[in-house]
Design a protein around this ligand. Sequence first.
Ligand SMILES: Cc1cc2nc3c(=O)[nH]c(=O)nc-3n(C[C@H](O)[C@H](O)[C@H](O)COP(=O)(O)O)c2cc1C
Length: 233
Amino acid sequence: MRVLLAYFSRTGENYCNGGRRDLRIGNTEVLADLIAERLNCAVHRIAATEAYSDDYDDTVARNVREQDDDARPGIANPLDSVDGYDTILLASPIWNLRPPMIMQTFATSYDFTGKTVHPVTTYAMSGLGTTPQDYAKSCRGARIGDGLAVRGEEVRSAGAAAVEAWLRRRASSTEAAPGCADGELVPLFSVVDRLPAATALRPGCRVSPRGPSGGRWRCRCGRLALEMAGRAA
Ligand SMILES: Cc1cc2nc3c(=O)[nH]c(=O)nc-3n(C[C@H](O)[C@H](O)[C@H](O)COP(=O)(O)O)c2cc1C
């Protein structure tokens, strides 16, 4: 499984149902944990070199400045590369309709050629905002896949169901399958991380049911998707 979940989340005072609430764990971190519990993925928490304030209004003001300046706020713990991953989930809150500018720092730091980026957000009202378009511009070479947006106020109560529904949608969708060579399939959103030889290398292969934990596979060239109901027999 070559999936990376990279996320940014802020603790402290935040917007909540029209008021304010102190969050010890940020909403996006809660969502990231729910995803990581259900998906075999590497997880990277993006930390700011200059930490964002716990104060909501200060953070709003800093974000406006960073957006106006098209800033690239520093990342304290940058990854060397994203070369080892085929699929990258970029998770963050929505700040003034966009992902925080530190996500642009991450997005513009790597070559995403041949990779699929899925935007993931928590928000108050804006859903994904302009996140898919922002990543389409900033993640060089990436294909932008389906996004997941969960309202911050609901992430603790309804986040797990939202994640599971999203993963199921991902697992059951299919792409054009114009006959790639056998042996080139790689897992995409699957808990089955090793594809047994021969049995599962062609659409229509026989698989033994294993609940909802099957998966979806695509060719390294990105062309072939193979839907599996469970682990290959
Ligand atoms: C600086 C700032 C700007 C925000 N702007 C928006 C916005 O434009 N639209 C929206 O729906 N929510 C907005 N929110 C709410 C957050 O997106 C939401 O509370 C999110 O779940 C916070 O995630 P976190 O706890 O991981 O930081 C904003 C919050 C902050 C702190």
